[in-house]
Design a binder for this molecule. Structure first.
Ligand code: SF4
Ligand code: SF4
Length: 171
């Protein structure tokens, strides 16, 4: 699961080598992995994803993945990481907020994401005015936690609907 790191850009490719099959092939190149769990929502996804089936991971695939990482690494919260769990003295649930934000803007699950966020006990509503620097530098992957939390809160709050969603995104 989570083989596409949010799939921020469905059309991402490098020199004609698309991101998604490259990612699938990289995952499947590990002998301990026997299969992928991937959601298909559109025929175009189906057509693209299946090109990875039975194919080897290549140097061209690796180039595409590196370029995707260069572009999106500092925006993607690694699902299951939670290294920043104790970074916020106010107890904002950073990783869960980012997960719901991913549902909202990458998976096209806006309603589910907003309802889930509404049920969170510690939301990011005060990050915009927070002067505590505790969360700065807490992410080993370089995510600007405060800024990204503000954006997520804006998107996920019913009172400040951000409209950053995309309907054909996937896992
Ligand atoms: S440390 Fe970074 S990648 Fe890990 S959960 Fe926190 S924001 Fe996400
Ligand atoms: S900006 Fe302040 S309230 Fe928001 S996560 Fe960081 S420390 Fe917590």
């Amino acid at each position: 699961m989570k083989t596409l790191a949010g799939e921020r850009d469905f059309s991402f490719s490098s020199k004609g080598v698309p991101f998604q099959p490259a990612a699938f092939k990289w995952v499947l190149s590990h002998p301990e992995i026997s299969g992928l769990v991937v959601t298909f929502k559109t025929i175009s996804q189906f057509d693209l994803y299946l090109t990875a089936s039975g194919e080897r991971f290549t140097a061209a695939d690796e180039r595409t993945l590196k370029q995707y990482a260069e572009r999106y690494s500092e925006e993607y919260c690694r699902t299951g990481c939670n290294d920043c769990e104790t970074a916020c003295p106010a107890g904002v649930d950073i990783a869960t907020t980012f997960r719901y934000d991913m549902y909202f803007r990458d998976y096209g699950m806006e309603k589910t994401a907003m309802e889930s966020y509404a049920a969170l006990r510690k939301k990011a509503e005060n990050c915009g005015t927070c002067e505590d620097e505790s969360c700065a530098g807490a992410c080993p992957y370089g995510l600007s936690i405060k800024t990204l939390l503000q954006e997520a809160h804006e998107s996920l709050s019913f009172s400040a609907c951000g409209g950053r969603g995309r309907s054909d995104r996937n896992v």
